[in-house]
Design a protein around this ligand. Structure first.
Ligand SMILES: Cc1cc2nc3c(=O)[nH]c(=O)nc-3n(C[C@H](O)[C@H](O)[C@H](O)COP(=O)(O)OP(=O)(O)OC[C@H]3O[C@@H](n4cnc5c(N)ncnc54)[C@H](O)[C@@H]3O)c2cc1C
Length: 491
């Protein structure tokens, strides 16, 4: 871990002066430089190298952040935006030290729910659990799309990282469902992006309804991992919450047979989401923490949540799903469709966690360490990816945990090999395994999201030089003093 004294960030202004300034801006109760407070921000659940920040601040409003950004920009001090550090990519580990801005504690208000245009205007710290409860209590006819992330992870962090959630078969990446952003850029100016761009100093709450058709500046902040500015408000789309819901579970025999099952079911436009896991994960869900596959067992299972406005519509959707499964069976694919509500009753709450999101999916958090190669993947290569990645897990004697999704009815997919491990134990072996998986997947065209620095280093060797040049130009232009989350994407 690098210590402050090894860095040169306090050449222009002393650390003591910086602390005084932070206290002046945020108040002493919202600033800390004590090691005991800083330590939790120095690492996350991944095996990524830890780095201590120098300060953590808890902002309450935009005005404080404008002052902070101007000060840090003048003095070239790194700032790392943070919500709850649940990204599983080391993205909030302060590579170059500096100041962590923790939005999760005091900038976490749901500012507006627009029933008519179906969106929620949020501060960055709003969590999935908070939004779920708020909608359930006040707008039960509206719903959001939830990931397998815990309820205490952030909605805005997930959206600006192009998360994939439980409506993704319909709506695709969560990045696409952002209607508007308010951001602070390096010179301290505040910009509103999207239909909320009308209005000199303020936007009406009901003006955050769309991001088109002006030049799409949203892309300057989505997937940039906090490298181009600070998001202070974000409007995300909501959807009608139909009263009829059911989840089906497809059990598939044959390692690669899951791929056509996912693709075919994706195309019928009947299911809200498709998430498939290797059978080892099903065993983890029924309390076998280190499972092995027994000969003759199925290889994958996929969840298909379905929702409908009426019982008739639900029955019609089920009929289409059944006929698709039958068609696949006729092609020789061994797949069985079961009612997962019945299945979950046979076991325990660990299985229900997967169905009733947002929830703490115990399979994912029961070990202190969690890391993954999470990627957007070409769905026509899922067979090859499974074939090559599955044996890598076995080589390292780690239970194969492969998670996949179909996005936007099959236009693209998700391929995510996951590793649970004991944090601070065997991290080198875990890293080697992940690196080997990364090589295979990048060579097949997978594009990782939530990328740790070592991963972007690998990607840079394969990316078109024109793209890299443009990327570097934009980063330089947006952040000339490299203060925003420096080090990410090897900046
Ligand atoms: C067990 C588990 C399961 C998960 N399952 C899924 C899943 O199924 N699907 C999925 O999509 N994700 C999943 N995730 C990841 C998670 O949903 C998102 O990454 C998360 O919601 C964002 O985390 P966070 O709110 O803690 O943000 P952080 O991790 O704190 O920050 C995320 C990134 O955003 C930047 N950032 C934070 N705030 C700002 C700001 N105000 N302005 C600019 N940049 C900012 C940070 O610097 C960082 O780069 C899972 C995570 C866990 C732990």
């Amino acid at each position: 871990m690098t210590e402050t004294k090894q860095r040169k960030i306090y050449d222009k202004v002393s650390k003591e002066k910086v602390e005084q300034k932070l206290i002046e801006i945020f108040g002493s109760e919202n600033v800390t430089g004590k090691s005991v407070d800083l330590y939790p921000y120095s690492y996350d659940m991944t095996e990524c190298e830890a780095h201590m920040p120098d300060f953590v601040v808890l902002p309450e409003n935009e005005e404080q952040l404008v002052r902070l950004v101007k000060y840090c920009n003048t003095n070239a001090i790194p700032i790392v935006p943070y919500i709850s550090g649940n990204n599983v990519g080391g993205l909030t580990i302060p590579e170059k030290g500096g100041i962590v801005i923790d939005f999760g504690k005091k900038m976490n208000r749901i500012l507006h729910i627009d029933e008519n245009m179906m969106y929620a205007l949020l501060e960055p710290g709003v969590t999935f659990g908070q939004l779920y409860k708020y909608l359930e209590d006040n707008y039960p006819h509206l719903r959001y799309s939830y990931p397998f992330a815990p309820p205490y992870a952030g909605v805005v962090g997930n959206a600006i990282l192009s998360g994939m959630n439980n409506l993704s078969c319909k709506i695709g990446s969560m990045g696409d469902s952002i209607n508007g952003l308010e951001v602070i850029t390096a010179d301290g100016s505040i910009a509103r992006i999207g239909s909320c761009f009308y209005g000199k100093d303020e936007a009406d709450d009901d003006s955050w309804w769309c991001r088109y058709p002006m030049p799409d500046l949203m892309g300057l902040f989505i997937n940039w991992q906090g490298m181009t500015g600070l998001v202070t408000k974000c409007a995300v789309q909501l959807w009608p919450n139909p009263p009829f819901k059911k989840t089906y579970l497809a059990i598939v025999f044959g390692l690669e047979a899951i791929a056509p099952v996912m693709r075919e079911v994706g195309r019928i436009e009947v299911v809200d989401d498709i998430s498939a896991v290797s059978i080892e994960v099903v065993k983890m869900a029924i309390e076998i923490p280190e499972p092995t596959k027994i000969e003759g067992e199925p290889d994958f299972a996929a969840l298909f949540p379905v929702s409908a406005k009426t019982e008739n519509q639900m029955n019609a959707k089920k009929e289409i799903l059944d006929s698709t499964i039958k068609k696949l069976q006729d092609q020789g694919i061994k797949v069985i469709l079961v009612d997962v509500d019945e299945f979950s009753r046979l076991f325990n709450l660990r299985v229900r966690c997967y169905l009733d999101l947002p929830s703490v999916v115990l399979t994912l958090v029961e070990y202190s360490g969690l890391t993954w190669f999470g990627s957007y993947a070409p769905t026509h290569k899922l067979e090859e990816l499974i074939r090559e990645v599955y044996p890598i897990f076995l080589k390292y004697n780690v239970p194969p945990f492969i998670y996949m999704k179909i996005m936007k009815h099959g236009h693209y997919g998700i391929f995510r090999p996951i590793i649970r491990y004991k944090k601070f134990e065997n991290e080198e072996k875990i890293h080697q395994l992940l690196e080997e998986i990364t090589e295979v997947c990048i060579n097949k065209g997978c594009i990782p999201y939530k990328t740790p620095v070592w991963m972007t280093e690998k990607m840079r060797k394969k990316i078109n030089p024109g793209w890299l040049k443009l990327f570097d130009k934009i980063k330089n232009c947006m952040d000339p003093n490299n203060i925003f989350n420096p080090g990410r994407w090897n900046t």
